[in-house]
Design a binder for this molecule. Structure first.
Ligand code: S3P
Length: 450
């Protein structure tokens, strides 16, 4: 775990020539967590191929094992989950360590809320600072008891019991909150109803259907969604192919867009319409992007993406697009730093409660790299003249994988190299990021630039 790694390892990216190649990126993090969790509840063996073997997902695998699910990995890279059926988890004999992963933490809190025992959770320093009240509150309404540190923070304990169904309107667009409630509702008699004012990623809904459950989603006139789930349905094991993670592919896409002469193809990327906001933005900014080979796998849209470099222009990003690209803002900020004109991004206060405060961490680092910007409480405005920013700074990653990858992407185009203070953090979501980038032709080296 990054939390246990004592020695930070700086990594530096240098201005690079054109990037070329056809690559696949590691599996989707959101889908990987859900495959292990729902696979553990589905009766029978679920075989998962393409599972992301990053630290976040490995925390979920370890936690599911501690809850009594038999999970193995065969030499061909396939993960085998021998599901116990809904309502059959057993009491862990240790504290569940969620590492850096908000998704593992929040989904598993929901999962154990109706188990007849107490589950203890902890994580790294980043996770201990993140808000968990957004999960404890609805779980508490359903009847579970969550005992936490002040302001609902980790470490905490969830004492499960038989729950009551809930009718809950999400105060923030959050797939983690929605999914935690759905997981708690799965073994709760009656129908639970969740209203989301703005749609968030729907991988839990898709995968529940893939395992044979009935989930009803009604899209209302104002685009809000009502999700209804009847409890105590049986899930049946089904194989899952995890597509490449669009959030990981975003770094490669922006790297190709900003590095002159680049032509990169990313195969087998998840293109769920509730995740594709960054590609929309890049297209509006003038990026040259083609999507081919569109298909459907395990209830998810998948395709190949070809990106060629092109001059970018600033845009105003509609705030309602934020949930469909919430993890991609750090790298969108990078694209904006190379674009001509203003890029206005608002309605993104949620970035302040991610693995780090991504608004201020990015603003601080970009400023140090000579980017002209204005930070607002819920947004960022970046103004460029279409030329490369200066770079030449060392940036604090603050236990945040996406900060590290965003700044290493930036450094491929800046005049002077950009160093991130700790490359280990990338292991949480994108093992092999640096070698994949090198394979495409980028100049990224261990150590600082001195
Ligand atoms: C995720 C949902 C998002 C996202 C996170 C993964 C998920 O968080 O930022 O990386 O898998 O459900 P929120 O639910 O807090 O928006």
């Amino acid at each position: 775990m990054t939390s246990q790694n004592p020695s930070p390892a700086p990594v530096t990216s240098f201005q690079s020539g054109p990037l070329h190649g056809v690559v696949t990126v590691p599996g989707d993090k959101s889908i990987s967590h859900r495959a292990l969790i729902l696979g553990g509840l589905a009766a029978g063996e679920t075989r998962i191929s393409g599972l992301l073997e990053g630290e976040d997902v490995l925390c979920t695998a370890e936690a599911m094992r501690a809850l009594g699910v038999d999970i193995t990995r065969s030499d061909d890279g396939i993960w085998h989950v021998f599901g116990k059926g809904v309502g059959a988890l057993s009491e862990p004999d240790k504290v569940l360590n969620m590492g850096n992963s908000g998704t593992a933490a929040r989904l598993l809190m929901g999962l154990v809320a109706n188990c007849p025992f107490t589950t203890f959770f902890q994580g790294d320093a980043s996770l201990h600072s993140r808000p968990m009240g957004r999960i404890s509150l609805p779980l508490g309404e359903m009847g579970a008891n969550v005992t936490s540190r002040s302001e609902g923070r980790f470490p905490l304990a969830v004492s499960g019991r038989e729950l009551m169904p809930i009718d809950y309107e999400l105060p923030v667009a959050s797939a983690q909150v929605k999914s935690a409630i759905m997981l708690a509702a799965l073994d709760t008699p009656g129908i639970s109803r969740i209203t989301e004012p703005r749609p968030s990623r729907d991988h839990t809904e898709n995968m529940l259907r893939h395992f044979g459950a009935e989930v009803t989603v009604t899209v209302q006139e104002d685009e809000s969604r009502v999700i209804e789930l009847a409890g105590q349905q049986e899930l049946t094991a089904a194989d899952i192919i995890v597509p490449g993670d669009p959030s990981s592919s975003a770094f490669l896409a922006v790297a190709a867009a900003i590095t002159e002469g680049s032509d990169v193809t990313l195969n087998n990327i998840g293109l769920n319409p509730l995740r594709d906001g960054l590609f929309e933005c890049l297209k509006e900014m003038g990026a040259d992007i083609d999507v081919t080979n569109l298909r459907q796998e395990a209830g998810e849209k998948v395709g190949d993406i070809r990106i060629r470099s092109a001059p970018l222009t600033g845009i105003e990003v509609p705030p309602e697009r934020a949930p469909s690209m919430i993890d991609e803002y750090p790298v969108l900020f990078v694209a904006a730093a190379f674009a001509k004109g203003k890029t206005v991004m608002r309605g993104i206060r949620e970035l302040r409660v991610k693995e780090s405060d991504r608004l201020s961490t990015m603003a601080e680092g970009l400023k140090a790299c000579g980017v002209s910007l204005q930070e607002e409480e819920d947004g960022l405005i970046i103004e460029g003249d279409g030329s490369a920013p200066t770079g030449g700074a060392t940036v604090a990653t603050k236990l945040d994988h996406r900060i590290a990858m965003a700044f290493l992407t930036l450094g491929l185009g800046t005049e002077k190299p950009v160093t991130v203070d700790d490359g280990n953090v990338m292991e949480t979501s994108f093992p092999g990021f640096v070698s994949l980038m090198k394979e495409l032709g980028s100049d990224i080296r261990d150590g600082d630039s001195a």
